[in-house]
Design a binder for this molecule. Sequence first.
Ligand code: TRP
Length: 514
Amino acid sequence: MAAEEAVGAPPAVASQVEEKKGTSQQIDPYNVAGEVDESGNIKAIDYDRLIQEFGVQPLTEDHLRRFEAVTGKKAHRLMRRKLFFSHRDFDKILDTYEQYGTFMLYTGRGPSSGSMHLGHTVPFLFTKELQDMFDVPLVIMLTDDEKYLYTRNKNEGHQKAGAAADDFLDYAYENIKDIIALGFDPKKTFIYTDYEYLGGHFYRNVSEFESLVTFNQASGAFGFGNSTNIGLIAYGAKQCVAAFPSSYPDLFGYKDYRAPEYDLSAKRRHKPLSTIPTLIPCAIDQEPYFRILRDRCDRMTDPHPKTALILSKFLTALQGPGGKMSASDPNSAIFMSDTPNQIKNKINRHAFSGGRESLEEHRKLGGNPDVDVAYTYLSYFLDDDEELEELASKYRSGELLTGEMKQRCIAELQKFVGAFQEKREGVTHEIMREYMRPRRLEYQGNPNPTRPASSAPPANGVPAAEDAGAEKKGDGRGTKGERKAAKLAAKKEEKMATRQKAPDGDGGASSPAA
Ligand code: TRP
């Protein structure tokens, strides 16, 4: 299923390849498959074509420079190497952060099994890096409901052993512990599963969003048909409104309205939260959801700014860019629970090589790092740019052999997986529960935003004064125009506070950082 298979090369099964001869590539949340040519060869995914087809923007050197200027930090290797290769409105998020200081990060995972692959960690590693660099709140959604509905749909309505709703909740717990082991800051990270958390203002957003999507639109985007179960058809609304900060009032110091307490002052969804923009780092197969989301952000009762996206490629399966990846084939992927020995054997035996047939040929003609799986994995996990560059050029010249490239890859993956496992062991049930508790998150955002706290709540929907860290921003004098706008904003805020009585009796200017 989507995330599970998205990690590797096209999850085409041998028997399906036959049927798919001569079909073009297909990428959506439920299918990740490269083109299959007339003779049945699966081709590597064509990302340039995806950019065209999806209408997303390529991530450029300019973005990297701008990112580094705004954060004052070196861009993460996954961005430097364009493994996160495209975006929507990433530049707007940088502008917002520079001027107003904050935004929300959102990503997720479908818990289709209890163990995660190396590839599953990629969006999370990157998200953690963004969270550290920007110092902003993060929500992580585990879609136990989606995986249940999808699996049952795939099995023609049958509920197989190990695939009941309760089982997917259990997978979610295991995955959450894995995610926590990647190092997210508990002060600014909220992780939840849909079965446990949906309700309150979140569910209000869900209903409203469901009313904005027709069956035709959903089936157009996801390939649903008349025999798709209705749960799966409706599911997308949940994944979409999960991007709205207004779905999580507790995290921002506002009250929710759900069992067992009903505080009448929090009955309505909190409008100030709808001004906080969101950035979603994820693999590009999830883009169809967020295309639907972006088209409807401004049609909500409280319009939200268009959600920004930063999108990654898929981590290649061991068998190579044209190979298949299967969760049931332990040799197609490296799992986060693999031993050092298993990692070594998998790379040595199964990693597709871009080297030549014979030693002599390799020395003479050189290898191709671009299709070499060991090199590809190093490009994801080896941080040292110079060493990576050297490995590539020595491989091309024939100086470096496939076995040597694999050695280097094995060492790096053993290090990464080993460090992960050590951390994972320490993630207890109690620690997991702490991340899953709805609570006010603590973050600072940009310590030096160019626009002061009391500046106008901008028309383009960036955080208003009510938002996080507000009172920490500058002296607030600004230009004459800004001061005038600030007055208006203060008035509006006051009105808001009386209308929906902000939590903690602080008049709505809730700063999670306080
Ligand atoms: N549908 C995703 C999957 O199957 C899970 C998910 C939910 C997600 N929300 C997300 C992924 C946001 C990326 C970003 O894995």
